[in-house]
Ligand binder design. Structure first.
Ligand code: G4F
Length: 325
């Protein structure tokens, strides 16, 4: 067992909560940066951390303030830093490009800069994304595929990726980039399509709703289980040298397939309930993302175990259970 100390941004989110559980199970002291409002409204904003809250050290700070990030890094003196926080909803990034770019790029820059100044031996993980590939030239995408992002969110992630690699190359920081494809779970936020679907299925099955409005049903994504993906983040920081890794299942499915399976699992025919709404289509869509995680398999020994069908069923079951269906 280790007695290392880890600092997480985005600890209240899906990935942050699973990663915290994993790190605690490995004997880490786990610290997280949260917004002050989260500490004032713990029932709502810290709900994913409910079971482990008493074992965590939470620090109020803002990724928009270098001074506050500097203060927390100075206090915590982490051995490992996992930078997960971001404005991560792609659709929203079309509504407010400025805040997405400012928060995501500056937040990464501030954290890297504070780690370099205060704890240069700290190992740093950046949560890159398959959204960086955008309209990719090749399928599947791996670490050598050129980036062509299609949203300010994707652009901000490319900038974070480049900053992280630059701190590795220029200052010798142990800094690794994960290029994670979509990863879901019952803890996924309701704004993302998988949880929007699973929660709607539960509401319809419970008789509380009769309709689900969606955008592009033909988009295809490579969906894995978040619990497994956070372990890959940790594995990246346990290697002798820092590097960048694609984490994916290598399978892709359309939104329509997700919908069909989710409704079918609850004994419902999706065609009776699902309508498409042009308003929910994105100004620039990514039609197909499929990852090649061969390098992660070879170097990290990581591979996904949870199958697409099981992921969909778990999400629907959890949402139905919460409504007593
Ligand atoms: O669930 P989504 O919103 O996820 P998206 O845009 O692929 O991004 C997610 O995964 C990335 C890779 O890991 C992350 F970097 C990012 O932060 C986020 O976690 O949309 C998936 C697909 C899109 O093609 C979208 O157009 O579903 C399509 N879609 C169709 N109808 C919808 C809807 N998406 C949402 N959110 N809501 C809809 O009604």
């Amino acid at each position: 067992m280790s007695s290392k100390c880890a600092l997480l941004t985005g600890i209240t989110g899906q990935d942050g909560s699973y990663l915290s559980e994993w790190l605690l199970s490995q004997g880490y002291e786990v610290h997280g940066i949260v917004r002050r409002v989260a500490l004032e409204d713990p029932d709502h904003r810290l709900s994913r951390l409910r079971e482990i809250r008493s074992r965590l050290h939470l620090h109020a700070a803002s990724l928009e303030s270098y001074a506050s990030i500097h203060r927390v890094v100075h206090e915590v003196q982490p051995d490992e830093c996992y930078h997960l926080a971001a404005q991560s909803f792609v659709s929203y990034s079309f509504d407010d490009e400025f805040s997405t770019l400012n928060t995501n790029i500056n937040g990464t820059h501030y954290l890297l800069s504070a780690v370099k100044a205060l704890t240069p031996d700290c190992r740093f993980y950046f949560a890159g994304s398959s959204e960086m590939f955008g309209v990719a030239e090749t399928v599947p995408q791996n670490e050598d595929t050129r980036f062509h992002p299609r949203s300010s969110y994707g652009i901000s992630k490319v900038a974070g990726f480049d900053l992280t690699r630059n701190y590795r190359e220029a200052y010798g920081l142990y800094a690794a980039n994960g290029i994670l494809f979509n990863h879901e779970s019952p803890r996924r936020g309701y704004e993302f399509v998988t949880r929007k679907i699973s929660s709607a299925v539960a509401r319809i099955a419970a008789g509380k709703s009769t309709e689900l409005r969606l955008g592009n049903l033909d988009a295809q994504r490579d969906w894995g289980h978040a619990r497994e993906y956070v372990q890959a983040m940790w594995m990246m920081l346990q290697q002798p040298t820092p590097d960048d890794y694609v984490i994916a299942t290598g399978e892709c499915h359309s939104v329509r397939e997700f919908v069909e399976l989710a409704f079918c699992h609850a004994g419902l025919d999706y065609r009776k309930y699902v309508t498409t709404d042009r308003e929910l289509f994105r100004p620039a869509e990514i039609n197909l993302l499929k990852g090649d995680a061969a390098k992660a398999r070879r170097v990290l020994g990581w591979s996904h175990q949870v199958k697409f069908q099981d992921l969909v069923r778990e999400m629907v079951d959890e949402d139905c259970r919460a409504l007593g269906v």
